[in-house]
Write a protein that binds this ligand. Structure first.
Ligand code: NI
Length: 261
């Protein structure tokens, strides 16, 4: 069983052939995809898609890039939308100091507000942490985000940072970056994270794994990522596929027969 813990099928890159892609990945054995949102329009679209495709699950929230658009009233929208049985997480939320598309103070407020609603709704968080690790960890501790739990997606950090994330009670998700020729930290992290705390993701349409790097990514490439992680950890492909799927089922409370492999 394959579960893609992070993909953006609401992205405009799929406007021309979305339905075909969804049918293709389902036929490739992808049993579940968690699709995070980025702002209000994205939340609406992702929720609608999750109702149209059985294997697609929604996460609700404002990406740090869009934190300047966020205001506290949107938490009511999230509360209302979360009544759908297809909403399994709050995300993607966090801090991005690499692009700094929204002012840092706005990013911090937006992130803290989403943590509070995640705790209230008892939903895990999907966290985006780019060049902002210290502040992300400080906010997680200050807001007691560990009680909601969640995952650091597409984890770009070092083993030392991974340890802090695990200690805070979060899972770590790895994607196409483990296959890149210059990958050093993702490879070390892939080796380090206990197998029961590891998720896999594509981050489609971005981050396609080697040898597809630079192309539009989709969940059909998940086996390439799992294969690479299995090689790094000296494990069987099936063991990694099964464990990461079980972890995703546990974290997102997916009602799939995850124990059947
Ligand atoms: Ni993403």
């Amino acid at each position: 069983m394959l579960i893609d813990s992070h993909a953006h099928y609401d992205d405009k890159q799929f406007d021309i052939d979305r339905d075909m892609v969804m049918k293709k990945i389902e036929s490739q054995g992808v049993a579940a995809v968690v699709n995070p949102s980025e702002n209000l329009a994205s939340m609406r679209k992702v929720l609608e898609m999750s109702e149209a495709y059985g294997f697609l699950y929604a996460a609700l929230g404002f990406h740090p890039h869009n934190a300047a658009e966020f205001s506290i009233e949107f938490l009511d929208t999230i509360r209302e939308m979360s009544k759908s049985g297809k909403v399994v997480a709050i995300g993607e939320v966090g801090l991005d100091y690499y692009y700094d598309f929204s002012p840092r103070e706005a990013q911090k407020k937006c992130f803290a507000a989403h943590i509070s609603v995640a705790k209230e709704l008892k939903l895990p968080l999907i966290i985006h942490d780019r060049d902002a690790h210290k502040d992300v960890i400080d906010i997680i501790k200050a807001e007691n985000a560990g009680s909601a739990g969640g995952v650091f997606h597409c984890f770009p950090g070092s083993v030392e940072m991974a340890r802090e994330v695990l200690d805070a009670g979060f899972y770590i998700a790895l994607g196409g970056a483990v296959t890149f020729k210059n990958a050093k930290r993702p490879v070390e992290v892939a080796k380090y994270v206990p197998i029961d705390r590891l998720l896999v993701e594509t981050d489609s349409p971005y981050m396609a794994p080697v040898p597809y790097r630079g192309k539009r990514n989709d969940s059909g490439y998940l086996p390439v990522i799992i294969e690479k992680i299995a090689e790094i950890r000296d494990m069987e492909y099936e063991q990694v596929a099964r464990a990461t799927a079980e972890n995703a089922c546990r974290l997102f409370n997916l009602r799939l027969s995850c124990q059947e492999g």
